[in-house]
Structures are given as C-alpha cells and as structure tokens.
Write a protein that binds this ligand. Structure first.
Ligand code: FEO
Length: 163
C-alpha cells in the first residue's frame, strides 16, 4: 500500500506535469506568433507529452487504490523577451522535475514500496532524455543560428521519444 506522503507527492506531481503542459503550450504560442511554426509544433508536442505524464501518474494512483485529486493549474503568459528565454526556462523546469521525481523515489525507497519505486524508474529515465533534449536546444539557440534555419534541426515527431 502506498504511503500517504508518497500519494501526496504523486498528486502534487500531477499538478506539476499539467502546469508544465500549460507552460509548453504558452511557449508554442510564442513561436507560432513569430511564424516559427517548427518550434511551435515542437513545443506543442512537448505540451501533449507533459499531459501524458500527468495521466500516467493519475492512472498509477488509481491502480494502487489511492484516489487522485485533479489539481488546478495557472494560466501562463506566452510573452517572452527573447527566443532563448523560453528554451532556458524549459531546461530549468525539466531540472526541477528531475529533482521532484528523485525526491519521490527517495520516499518510495524509505517506504520500502517497490511497486512505486518501479513505477518511478520510467520517469527517472525519461528525465535524462528530457534534460538532454533541452540542453541541446539551449545550445542550438545560443549558437546564434537563425531560428528559421534551426527548424530542420529540431526533433521530428518520429524522433520525439516514445511516450
Ligand atoms: Fe514530465 Fe518534462 O517532465
């Protein structure tokens, strides 16, 4: 049985993932408004992926008989000062999520909850990919490349990691 503390953390994580989804959607709007549709499409896919992460946690809680709470999320501005800002913010969020996942794994370990620990392994691996991806994008934007010319260098839907 899942501990109250871990169930609480997983519930909060549903909120973090949904909030990240909102943030990525706002970033996609920023890029679409600049006619950078490749960047916009990429971040819209990221938004969908974060929602998928939230659903994955929600389904896990249901499967271990712990009723999830649907958290409310805040609206997010799509106004950024430069193209680098939203990409850097994405890397910061992903690093934050990695810490949150690791904290939950620590809690599961403490609880000797092998079921939750195994569930969290998927997210631990996923975060390695997510951070690497955002690090590459930050480097790409920092290189000073024209953002339109950078679009073919973005991961395609086929190359985006599997959900
Ligand atoms: Fe769900 Fe990008 O972490």
């Amino acid at each position: 049985m899942i501990s109250k503390q871990l169930a609480k953390m997983l519930n909060e994580q549903i909120g973090h993932e949904l909030q990240a989804s909102q943030q990525y959607l706002a970033i996609s709007i920023y890029f679409h408004m600049k006619q950078l549709d490749g960047w916009g499409a990429f971040f819209r896919r990221q938004a969908a992926e974060e929602r998928f992460h939230a659903m994955k946690i929600l389904d896990f809680l249901i499967s271990v008989d712990s009723r999830p709470i649907v958290p409310s999320v805040e609206g997010v501005s799509s106004d950024f000062k430069s193209d680098l800002d939203p990409v850097k913010a994405s890397l910061d969020w992903e690093r934050q999520v990695t810490k949150q996942i690791h904290d939950m794994a620590d809690q599961a370990f403490k609880d000797k909850d092998h079921t939750s620990l195994q569930f969290l392994q998927w997210f631990i691996s996923e975060q390695i990919e997510e951070e690497n991806l955002m690090e590459k994008l930050v480097a790409l934007v920092k290189s000073g490349i024209n953002m339109f010319q950078a679009e073919p260098l973005l991961p395609t839907p086929e190359e985006d990691h599997e959900n």
